[in-house]
Write a protein of this length. Structure first.
Length: 102
């Protein structure tokens, strides 16, 4: 039984490492702001069009950044959940064998 639990922990670590290698990307306002993140929800890059860097565009920039970041993190969360659900199904199938279910 402990072997299966250890195996599940290893699988979770493998998934986490794999999620660090998956990039998600979003943009808003026709590419004025571009955000890239890992599937583990770590922002890796932000690109901002220079037209949004003027003092007059400060409020618009802030709103667009929030929108772009949230879009990117939502995509990352979707991938994260999909990977974890697949691992949970695999793990539960393995644990079923512990109780004589095949």
């Amino acid at each position: 039984m402990f072997d299966k639990i250890f195996e599940a922990q290893q699988k979770a670590e493998e998934i986490k490492k794999r999620l660090d290698t998956i990039s998600v990307y979003s943009e808003v306002e026709g590419g004025k702001i571009k955000i890239t993140s890992t599937a583990n929800k770590h922002i890796t890059s932000i690109s901002i069009d220079s037209l949004l860097l003027s003092p007059e565009a400060k409020e618009e920039l802030e709103e667009l950044l929030v929108t772009a970041i949230n879009k990117t993190l939502e995509q990352a969360e979707n991938i994260n959940q999909t990977e974890m659900q697949a691992a949970t199904r695999d793990m539960m199938g393995g644990l079923g064998n512990l109780f004589g279910n095949k």
